[in-house]
Write a protein that binds this ligand. Structure first.
Ligand SMILES: Cc1cc2nc3c(=O)[nH]c(=O)nc-3n(C[C@H](O)[C@H](O)[C@H](O)COP(=O)(O)OP(=O)(O)OC[C@H]3O[C@@H](n4cnc5c(N)ncnc54)[C@H](O)[C@@H]3O)c2cc1C
Length: 386
């Protein structure tokens, strides 16, 4: 049912098949119970690491798989089709902290952090948001102050995906002083690890969906960060975070396409089985039209995502393209899962069938890595920037 809108190479098809098989054998039997128990299984990360899926876009020189963006996203969609929580764990790791280290890390930082992350031995997280700084992330208040060769960090980061298991956290903090605020230019990026004195994991969020992906607050209390943990230049951390989110949004779009594809498949299968008024409900034109619109929107979202991925691999500026892909795919996921629940009727509203979980999982794709409103702001702003 999934159309190959962008012709895939043999290598891309084979990595896609590996991801599909892994999802069917290692994830599908557990997705429902992990969702119910809000359980994150670290063993899965080790297994995905063995397949190279924790270093997909990292060059082989740094122990990664070295594949292009399209290959990564095709594999990610397969994982998301079965388990959106594992997909976001992969997406954050592959799109944000590892890419930041690859682009702006020193050779010593790559040796110490990037290589084990690419091998799947260390899981990455990304800590930009704070309790009072979400869409307006540049207003964050976590403060970093120099102390000899070290930095002392104080503040609270919010909504950190994989925060309980994250072993390498790229955290953004202010390095400007309270009497000389420099806005986005006053923010730097630090490589934080849970062993640092003053680091604690705070509240774990009890979420509507993505329940097998732990989302937590992190508290930094006089946390001493060695000087060699600064990433790149002082004052460039916000720019690094924004540039990385261009990658991240493609990952979230792939996650959303996977969720939507799964909802479409379940709804089509159920419509063929469920009989009312003496015939399968797929015989009713109202149901056919819903399925047709669902399939068309999934195909359009996937096509835009693949076009954005190939533009990135050609080295083009993809800020607008990536926001468009994320906006269309996430709103498609929410709409398609809503239609799927409708096609299931009452059975869509209970946990006996997967569309209830898919509906809950879809919602967050319209929220994180920039809400739909923020994506529209980015897309409109880019119309005038060139
Ligand atoms: C499950 C989950 C996982 C997450 N993982 C991470 C993570 O790993 N790392 C991380 O740093 N963050 C993470 N986040 C945080 C996420 O990126 C933020 O929730 C998101 O950016 C929105 O911020 P907010 O929740 O503070 O909402 P707010 O910014 O308070 O927005 C509230 C509403 O106002 C709207 N709004 C705000 N500003 C404008 C405007 N200028 N114009 C129009 N509308 C506007 C928003 O679109 C939204 O509808 C995660 C969030 C969730 C829910």
């Amino acid at each position: 049912m999934a159309w190959a809108l962008t012709p895939l190479t043999e290598e891309q098809r084979s990595i896609q098949a590996v991801a599909r098989d892994f999802a069917a054998t290692e994830l599908a039997p557990f997705t429902e119970v992990w969702d119910r128990d809000s359980y994150f299984d670290p063993a899965i990360i080790g297994k995905l690491g063995e397949l190279g899926f924790l270093g997909m876009m990292i060059p082989e020189q740094y122990d990664g798989l070295g594949v292009d963006t399209l290959t990564y996203l095709v594999a990610l969609e397969e994982i998301a089709t079965v388990d959106a929580s594992i997909a976001v764990t992969l997406s954050v790791h592959n799109s944000l902290p590892t890419q930041m280290l690859l682009k702006w890390g020193t050779e010593a930082q790559k040796e110490r952090f990037l290589k084990p992350m690419a091998r799947g031995e260390l899981l990455g997280a990304f800590a930009l948001s704070e309790p009072d700084a979400g869409s307006d992330a540049a207003s964050l208040t976590t403060q970093a102050v120099r102390d000899g060769g070290d930095w002392i960090l104080n503040g609270t980061k919010a909504w950190v995906s994989s925060g309980t298991k994250g072993e390498v956290i790229l955290a953004m903090a202010r390095t400007d002083s309270p009497d000389d605020r420099r806005g986005a230019r006053g923010i730097s990026a630090f490589i934080v690890t849970p062993d640092l004195p003053g680091f604690t994991v705070g509240k774990k969020e009890d979420k509507m969906g993505l329940r097998a992906s732990p989302t937590v607050q992190l508290h930094f209390s006089d946390m001493r960060v060695p000087g060699d943990r600064l990433l790149g230049q002082v004052g460039s951390g916000f720019i690094y975070a924004m540039q990385s989110l261009d990658n991240g949004r493609l990952g979230i779009a792939a996650q959303a396409v996977g969720i939507a594809e799964a909802a479409l498949r379940h709804a089509a299968a159920y419509a063929a089985e469920r009989k009312q008024f003496g015939k399968p409900i797929k015989e009713f034109q109202a149901i056919q039209f819903k399925l047709a619109d669902m399939a068309s929107r999934v195909a359009a979202s996937r096509a835009l995502l693949h076009a954005a991925a190939t533009a990135k691999d050609r080295g083009e500026h993809i800020t607008q393209f990536s926001s468009m892909a994320k906006l269309l795919a996430s709103e498609t996921a929410m709409w398609v899962t809503t239609q799927a629940v409708q096609i299931f009727g009452g059975y869509g509203y209970v946990k006996d069938y997967p569309v209830e979980r898919l509906f809950r999982d879809a919602k967050v794709t319209e929220i994180y890595e920039g809400t739909s409103e923020i994506q529209r702001i980015v897309i409109a702003r880019e119309l005038y920037s060139r």
